[in-house]
Design a protein around this ligand. Structure first.
Ligand SMILES: [Zn+2]
Ligand SMILES: [Zn+2]
Length: 249
């Protein structure tokens, strides 16, 4: 098996959460050309050691074109060849080359995207939210998941992993703008809301720094407390203030 075969096999073996975590980094753009949408996981270091294989922190997002052009070279080798190409175009160090401006930023962009990918809060968020999801076999199916996640992330006023945690858990997301804090004995209730109200509810939740579910819970809690206090006594089914929906008598 050639090294390139080993590389593509490793790429294919990455779990879905790693695909999503890497391809949504750098605002979804290829780290090399900084222009196209990222489509694949690139091993930035050319895996000198066997131990370096399969490890997510070695991965950067790339478009298929750059991935193909870079081929087996390391990023710095490829960037060097492209620089030579621009300095001495006729000699042809690189058959394909990115604009010089893009080439010059490669090193810094890789360092930046690696900092982003290696950030513990961000990484944990992806692992918690997608770690249990079955990894689709086909690449376009993985891309569909990436797209769904990108849309979801755009719905937040800022990245959910930057929001503070409401509790400690090894397995559940506790970020207050995201999944919220679930009390031990709590259950999930469903509400139906017209679209416009739903939108405003989300805005209200952001403004209060709460997960929408927690906000609904807090609003309900106030109404429940009021109702409980208004009840004359336990065991009197006729007592209590009327809710707006209760039948008129
Ligand atoms: Zn590219
Ligand atoms: Zn969450």
């Amino acid at each position: 098996m050639t090294k390139q075969d080993a590389l593509s096999r490793d790429r294919g073996n990455q779990p879905l959460w790693v695909w999503i975590m890497v391809l949504t980094a750098h605002a979804g753009r290829c780290v090399y050309c900084d222009e196209r949408q990222s489509e694949t996981l690139e091993h930035e270091a050319p895996l000198a050691s066997e131990a370096g294989r399969d490890i997510w922190w070695n991965l950067v997002p790339a478009c298929d074109r750059c991935n193909g052009w870079k081929h087996k070279k390391s990023a710095s080798e490829w960037a060097f060849d492209m620089k030579m190409h621009h300095a001495h175009p006729k000699v042809g160090f690189a058959r394909h080359a990115l604009p010089l401006q893009a080439v010059e930023g490669i090193k810094e962009r890789i360092a930046q995207v690696q900092r982003e990918i290696q950030g513990a809060a961000r990484r944990t968020w992806f692992e918690r939210h997608y770690g249990d999801v079955k990894t689709p076999r086909l690449r376009f199916e993985k891309h569909e998941e990436v797209e769904r996640c990108t849309k979801k992330l755009q719905g937040y006023s800022y990245p959910p992993w930057e929001s503070t945690e409401a509790g400690q858990s090894e397995t559940t997301c506790m970020r207050i703008l995201c999944c919220g804090y679930h009390q031990k004995d709590s259950t999930l209730e469903f509400v139906t809301l017209p679209k416009a109200d739903r939108r405003d509810l989300e805005r209200m939740a952001y403004a209060r720094g709460l997960w929408t579910g927690d906000l609904i819970g807090a609003l309900l809690k106030a109404a429940l407390d009021e109702w409980r206090q208004s009840r004359p006594a336990e065991g009197n089914p006729q007592g209590g203030a009327k809710l707006p929906l209760s039948p008129q008598s």
